[in-house]
Design a protein around this ligand. Structure first.
Ligand code: ASP
Length: 308
């Protein structure tokens, strides 16, 4: 059966507060549509995942781009990765402050960087990526959460597990090329300069045409211990996308007590959106259908052309 092409996105593993759940689900649905339009038009999986992730970075409902959580000093520092399964090329940025779409910068790193430039910001300027004032990426909600987590006794990791919002996408195009992209503001009230799992190859994402592609979300320090994306692809060499995703997440839970979520595609167009957290907004576009959900076991389907 010909399943190609497909695009799957996530809006972060955790617990989405009731008042934000609708925005979170409608955001992943529109990002999936935006990325899938590229695949439908014959575009590449890399173009599609970057478009879908940039769409969510522009949406203040998520912890990526505009809406990112703040570090302990109350500043934005964002991480992103892209990986292309054909040549195993990748690009990543970490702790970038004044670009609206870190995922586009990560893509440029993959496409253009031969030797590492002195700093991400200089590279952005060289590539003609316009700077935005970091303040323009800070929302009232992220400032409120930052302040709350400065209070004595606050536990930012626990609080973040409650409300995440990292974004990611995986896709397979008509040629059977797979790609992944992930973007995040990181962990709430993180140390200045922290580099999380997202920009680390094999942790925040991995893509290999021979096996598939994965984008991950969850507590980065824990994801890195099990290199979650690569672990899932290892299981995919033996099994299907859902089983492999569940096995990777189950190992992370039993071995290091970590919760998280993933979106996964196989090179034939099989896909999965799986999580061990209470919720993860996700959406998948394939053929004429848009699939989406928020809670474990939830799976709604509508026509891809239905605007609602
Ligand atoms: N993995 C991200 C980080 O630790 C956070 C998340 O996925 O919500 O930076």
């Amino acid at each position: 059966m010909d399943l190609l092409p497909v695009l799957v996105v996530h809006g972060g593993a955790g617990t989405v507060p009731r008042e934000r759940s609708e925005q979170s689900v409608s955001g992943v649905r529109s990002a999936a549509r935006a990325g899938y339009a590229i695949l439908r038009g014959g575009g590449s999986s890399m173009d599609a995942v970057v478009e879908a992730v940039a769409h969510m970075e522009d949406n203040p409902s998520y912890n990526a781009g505009c809406g990112s959580v703040l570090n302990v000093k109350g500043e934005i520092e964002m991480d992103a990765i892209v990986m292309d399964g054909k040549a195993l090329g990748s690009g990543a940025v970490s702790a970038v402050r004044n670009v609206a779409n870190p995922v586009r910068l990560a893509r440029l790193v993959m496409d253009k960087v031969v030797f590492y430039p002195p700093c991400g910001q200089c590279f952005a300027q060289e590539m003609g990526i316009s700077e935005v004032p970091p303040e323009s990426l800070v929302t009232e909600y992220s400032r409120m959460r930052w302040k709350k987590n400065l209070e004595p006794g606050a536990n930012p990791v626990e609080s973040q597990m409650g409300k995440m919002g990292t974004v990611g996408a995986v896709a397979v195009d008509r040629e059977g090329n797979v790609a992944c992209a992930t973007s995040t503001g990181g962990m709430l009230n993180k140390m200045e300069g922290r580099v999380g799992d997202t920009p680390c190859i094999g942790s925040g994402g991995y893509a290999d045409n021979q096996v598939g592609a994965v984008s991950t979300t969850g507590h980065g320090e824990v994801i890195m211990k099990v290199t979650l994306a690569r672990l899932i692809l290892f299981h995919m060499e033996q099994g299907d996308t859902k089983e492999a995703s569940d096995m990777g997440l189950a190992y992370m839970k039993s071995r290091v007590d970590g919760l998280g979520g993933v979106v996964t595609v196989g090179p034939q167009g099989n896909w999965a959106a799986r999580f061990s957290s209470l919720q993860m907004a996700w959406a998948a576009a394939q053929k004429d259908s848009l699939h989406y959900g928020l809670y474990a076991g939830e799976h709604f389907t509508q026509s891809i052309d239905d605007p609602h």
